[in-house]
Design a protein around this ligand. Structure first.
Ligand SMILES: NC(=O)c1ccc[n+]([C@@H]2O[C@H](COP(=O)([O-])OP(=O)(O)OC[C@H]3O[C@@H](n4cnc5c(N)ncnc54)[C@H](O)[C@@H]3O)[C@@H](O)[C@H]2O)c1
Length: 271
């Protein structure tokens, strides 16, 4: 039986682990080939587990086990030219591109008066400029193909304010607007652009040391901790929950969905 994205090619950033890996595996399981990009090296400011080269090697293994093709790309989303040359070559190898998933990001919760200028800049460089770079590298291939789907990973923090994240919230509201702006101009090429807004997800970013980091910030104003509470009775979601939403947006099932904000947020943004 044909998969839901059978024969499509998807370019995914942050594909080494967490949600990006889940997207690669879910799309491959439904018949897509993958260009999987990750930095595979230490990131600035983060206080959770650092990425490694081996992360992306594991994603490659998991996609190949599904009998799909995958081209790994080690690059930094902040480096437009470096990304473009490698992704263009990977797309040529796989015969075109249909889907772009701009997922790579960092999150460094900090009380407002402790955020450093470097931390603010690094967050915007990766979470905003990195997303713009990703779309600028990927979208021309979709236009050349006559259509496609761009999916930008924002956050619940891009729909509703989340505390102790002035820099992160700024970045996630920015890419929500960016998705709508790209959607407007790319519509005539049959390219759809949507944003996805997860609540907490059980990934290296969302677990482990992150709880301690958030706890430190929360100690500065305990009342605001309530803003993280999900409406549904779950503390966290799984990367596969977000991958299901990405699969829908990548597939032709969503062919008339564009400039839309899809919240996979267990209701947190309505609390
Ligand atoms: N985990 C959560 O609770 C949560 C909630 C809402 C939104 N998000 C967003 O989801 C996306 C994925 O996060 P995750 O939870 O999978 O995090 P993660 O840290 O587990 O994985 C992120 C991946 O992106 C890669 N990456 C980061 N910066 C990069 C760069 N400059 N160049 C190339 N690759 C880079 C990392 O190496 C890593 O493999 C992020 O945009 C994040 O902001 C996460």
């Amino acid at each position: 039986m044909a998969g839901r994205v059978q024969g499509k090619v998807a370019f995914i950033t942050g594909a080494g682990r967490g949600q990006g890996r889940a997207h690669a595996v879910r799309l491959a399981g439904e018949g897509a080939d993958v260009v999987a990009l990750d930095i595979g090296a230490p990131l600035p400011d983060i206080r959770y587990q650092q990425p490694t080269r081996e992360d992306l090697e594991e994603t490659v293994r998991q996609v190949e086990a599904l009998d799909r093709r995958i081209v790994p790309v080690y690059a930094d989303v902040r480096d437009l030219d470096g990304m473009r040359s490698q992704v263009d070559a990977a797309v040529a190898e796989l015969g075109g591109l249909d889907v772009v998933v701009a997922n790579a990001g960092i999150c460094t919760p900090t009380a407002w008066d402790s955020v450093t200028p470097e931390q603010f800049q690094n967050t915007l460089d990766i979470n905003v400029t990195g997303v713009w770079n990703t779309v600028m590298v990927g979208a021309p291939h979709l236009v050349a193909r006559g259509g496609g789907s761009v999916i930008i990973t924002s956050s619940a923090a891009g729909l509703k304010v989340q505390p102790f994240m002035v820099h992160y919230t700024t970045s996630k509201f920015a890419v929500r607007g960016m998705a709508k702006a790209f959607a407007t101009e790319l519509a005539r090429h049959n390219v759809r652009v949507n944003s996805v807004h997860p609540t907490g997800v059980a990934t290296p970013m969302g677990t482990g040391d992150m709880q301690e980091v958030l706890g430190e910030a929360m100690a500065t104003d305990q009342r605001l901790g309530a803003m993280f509470m999900n409406m549904l009775p779950v503390d966290t979601t799984q990367p596969e929950d977000v991958a299901d939403a990405v699969l829908f947006l990548a597939s032709d099932e969503s062919r008339f969905v564009t400039a839309h904000e899809l919240a996979v947020d267990a209701g947190v943004t309505q609390m």
